[in-house]
Design a protein around this ligand. Structure first.
Ligand SMILES: [Zn+2]
Length: 226
């Protein structure tokens, strides 16, 4: 069944479990993710990146997930991943996405707040959840372009950011990285505990779950979550 990010993550936080999130672009990926999650009895977040959904991609993904989510007993969230474009947020809301991530993490604090609050103003009247990002998760994007360097999230800024934006979930930076790792990330687990204590909303961790294996070269497109 289709649900919002807020509804999905409330019991996860209360009962101390994480929910996985995967970027996907087409039917075979959606089917593999949903059938695996159902078999494991895990809620799951299906994400679409705007760069993967050009043209009619967003409509295809929303139509597909909207049609098949009801055939699964597990909670499913359809989430727009990483955008700083409010027109893109509007389009996702109109097409039936139940959650959006607005990423102002490369902006100064006040501008990040303004962008994120604007997205919340668009999304909440339609019952759509919003994830923001504070600090910045760096690495490489899917086209292997370099993102900005990581900036760890400051616990002292978290409460104000959540209060001023009204976000339903917050992506934080503790040393995870996007894309193929150039070196093994060092995770600031102590900082994660501080961020969790400072946050009124569930936290989101972006980045691949596992580094490239020495011999297989396989990697997971997973955005570990929540
Ligand atoms: Zn990400």
């Amino acid at each position: 069944m289709l649900t919002t990010l807020k509804q999905m993550l409330a019991p996860a936080r209360a009962q101390h479990y994480a929910v996985p999130a995967f970027d996907c672009v087409e039917d075979v990926m959606v089917r593999a993710i949903l059938e695996t999650a159902e078999r494991l009895r895990s809620p799951v977040i299906l994400m679409g990146l705007p760069s993967d959904l050009e043209g009619n991609g967003m409509a295809y993904l929303a139509g597909l997930v909207g049609a098949v989510a009801k055939r699964h007993a597990i909670p499913v969230t359809l989430h727009l991943d990483h955008t700083n474009d409010l027109d893109c947020v509007r389009a996702a809301i109109d097409l039936g996405f139940t959650s959006v991530m607005v990423d102002g993490s490369c902006l100064p604090f006040a501008e990040n707040v303004a962008l994120t609050r604007a997205a919340v103003g668009l999304a909440h009247p339609h019952g759509v959840s919003v994830e923001g990002e504070l600090g910045h998760v760096g690495g490489m994007d899917l086209e292997a372009r370099e993102c900005a360097e990581s900036v760890l999230t400051e616990p002292a800024e978290v409460r104000r950011f959540v209060e001023e934006t009204g976000v339903d979930a917050l992506a934080v930076s503790i040393g995870t990285a996007h894309g193929v790792y150039r070196s093994l990330p060092k995770l600031a687990i102590g900082r994660l505990a501080e961020l969790d204590a400072a946050s009124a909303v569930p936290l989101v961790l972006h980045g691949d779950r596992e580094r490239r294996r020495r011999n297989s070269g396989r990697r997971s497109p997973m955005e570990s979550a929540r």
